[in-house]
Design a protein around this ligand. Sequence first.
Ligand SMILES: O=C(CO)COP(=O)(O)O
Length: 252
Amino acid sequence: MRKPLIAGNWKLHKTIPEALDLIEALKKDLADKTDIEIVVAPVFTALVPVAQAVKSSNIALAAQNCYCENSGAFTGEVSPALLKDAGCSHVIVGHSERRQLFGENDELINRKLKAVLAEDLIPIFCIGETLEEREKDEMMDVLKRQVTVGLNGLSETEMFKVVVAYEPVWAIGTGKVASTDQAQEAHAFVRGLLAGLFSTPVAEQVRILYGGSVKPDNVDGLMAQTDIDGTLVGGASLKAADFIRIARFEKM
Ligand SMILES: O=C(CO)COP(=O)(O)O
């Protein structure tokens, strides 16, 4: 059984007081939710105060990015070791905004994944095709490349810790959610890739989250799909009521 994981990627939003307000609301209304894992990913500057606020709660803390070295002359970067020191248990790696706006490629993402795992943190490894790639019928090739190169060299033991997030770029921040069939098809394809690259147990146990315009009114249909094990939520994770409803998805 794969335990559902509902994660909020706050992106570049929320001051420390705003982040703490949101956390208080989530702690209050989601305290009883032990049947799922809840993760929030604030901006770097809010990580330490949010880590204090979520201590002894059922909410885990993720960073939105990291570098692949733990120390050295890398101005402006933050390492997995320092994220752990700040109280993170998870790190989002390879988000499409990192790929598109900051030039991250599959090789760098692979190095980041290894660095995250070396610190015993859980990577939330993002993949997904652009609209242009989907229209050219390249979705499967793109996912295959991202998964093959991104996860290259990981051991089976490491793979059991990885969380994959399928986020079709055309669905991110656009209000255009993938249909449940489109999402299920991509998730099943990725699970098949994991079986081929690693093993059946890895494919059966690794959680694959869906991300891209997840909202209270579409989460139930998405979570009803066999291969969708959770959601990575952007915009709707910034509003307590929306994220709470998403975390309280109804089993259909
Ligand atoms: O990028 C996302 C989460 O990482 C999805 O963002 P939206 O939910 O705002 O579409």
